[in-house]
Design a binder for this molecule. Structure first.
Ligand code: NAI
Ligand code: MG
Length: 361
């Protein structure tokens, strides 16, 4: 069997710092005999600096050839004044579009060890483990027509078009039902079916696809109610699937249930489970270059890579367990430390996870 090919795109500011910690984990896996190999590429501002474009042809080729991509984060003040077409975010949008990454998976997991840092009552979030699936390539963000015009009363107007085709809904539905199958077989589809035509179609397609998954319990919620339920009683959910716009908002809301932004990984998948894995946080320019960034979201993104692209739940679970072990042992980067707790740096946290990971073999 040939090696699994990983492309690492460290990106900007803290991106390379947290990527280095993920590499330590990959090295540990390789030393155990896992058939993996990796190479590095440029994306975002780093790619603009090196090659004049945020998603240059060299990265495109490497991304298409890879089985999975691990990305740090891109952007930051150094690039804020660039023209829109070469801004770092265009690198992310470009690679998502190029690879057809339409399914965005975001787990929201509340670590008992960090519950003091959450703004929620411990009993509301203790043991929380939900997965939000957001469709990533359709909806009002991409629908045509869009633009500006002057209306009949002479007022300036802006307009966007919410748009979903049945096949677009069907493919995210299948990812969602498959994911629910790997968990507790409960799937909640979120829409605004009482108002929106796209949502009526969304719900019809979910129900139709659901006939192929009789073992998964499908429920439906309006997005406004879902937003309330998520903070009222988040543990009622297991897997949530929704469109691009609603998912953008609900996934950010759910991330706050889990506490620090430095703890949350994500995956963006195509129809064959090829994926781009990245922390949900940005490039944190305010703490870059100081060995302060929390590498755990990046390390947990490696775990998701093994779970979803490489179909190695065993390794994913071992990575998750290693992260829990270091938290239980009291290791804290500044973002997850309570007053009085000892603070360690990015590199020390990465080392602690790799140590724990080795011991869990
Ligand atoms: P951010 O997520 O980079 O930072 C928000 C706050 O969280 C900051 O105080 C930062 O220090 C902290 N933080 C973030 N990640 C952390 C970590 N791993 N450990 C400890 N603390 C952490 O969001 P912000 O400040 O809005 O954006 C900064 C830059 O990142 C911008 O240029 C933005 O466009 C870009 N960005 C990139 C994303 C990506 O590459 N996917 C996603 C979000 C923002
Ligand atoms: Mg967002």
């Amino acid at each position: 069997m040939s090696n699994k090919k990983i492309l690492i795109l460290p990106g900007d500011y803290i991106g390379p710092e947290i990527a280095a910690e993920a590499v330590k984990l990959l090295e540990a896996l390789k030393a155990e005999g896992e058939k993996i190999e990796w190479r590095f590429g440029h994306l975002g501002g780093a790619a603009y600096d090196a090659e004049g474009h945020p998603y240059p042809p060299s990265t495109q080729q490497a991304a298409r050839a890879a089985d999975a991509i691990l990305m740090g984060a891109v952007g930051g003040p150094k690039y804020d004044a660039l023209p829109r077409a070469v801004r770092p975010e265009q690198g992310i949008l470009g690679i998502r579009k190029d690879l057809g990454l339409f399914a965005n998976l975001r787990p929201a997991l509340a670590y008992a060890e960090l519950s003091a840092a959450s703004s929620f009552k411990p009993e509301v979030i203790a043991g929380l483990d939900i997965l939000i699936l957001r469709e990533l390539t359709g909806d009002i963000y991409f629908g045509q027509p869009r633009g500006r015009r002057t209306n009949a009363q002479g007022h300036e107007e802006g307009y966007d078009t919410m748009h979903y085709s049945a096949p677009e809904i069907e493919r995210i539905a299948r990812v969602a039902f498959e994911a629910a199958r790997k968990r507790s077989r409960r799937l909640c589809s979120v829409d605004k079916e009482n108002v929106l035509e796209t949502s009526r179609l969304w719900r019809e397609v979910m129900i139709r696809v659901g006939k192929d998954y009789p073992d998964v319990a499908l429920t439906h919620l309006y997005v406004d109610n879902a937003a309330m339920q998520l903070v009222k009683n988040p543990k009622q959910f297991d897997v949530i699937v929704t469109g691009n716009l609603f998912g953008d908002i609900l996934s950010d809301e759910a991330s706050m249930l889990a506490g620090s932004i430095g703890m949350l990984p994500s995956a963006s998948l195509d129809a064959n489970n090829k994926g781009l894995y990245e922390p949900i946080h940005g490039s944190a320019p305010d703490i870059a270059g100081q060995n302060k960034a929390n590498p755990l979201a990046m390390i947990l993104s490696v775990g998701m890579m093994f779970r979803y692209t490489f179909d190695r739940a065993d390794i994913a679970e071992r990575i998750d367990a290693a992260v829990r072990a270091v938290l239980r042992a009291g290791h804290r980067t500044a973002d997850i430390a309570q007053p009085g707790e000892k603070i360690i740096g990015t590199r020390e946290m990465g080392d602690a996870v790799v140590d724990a990971f080795r011991r869990l073999r």
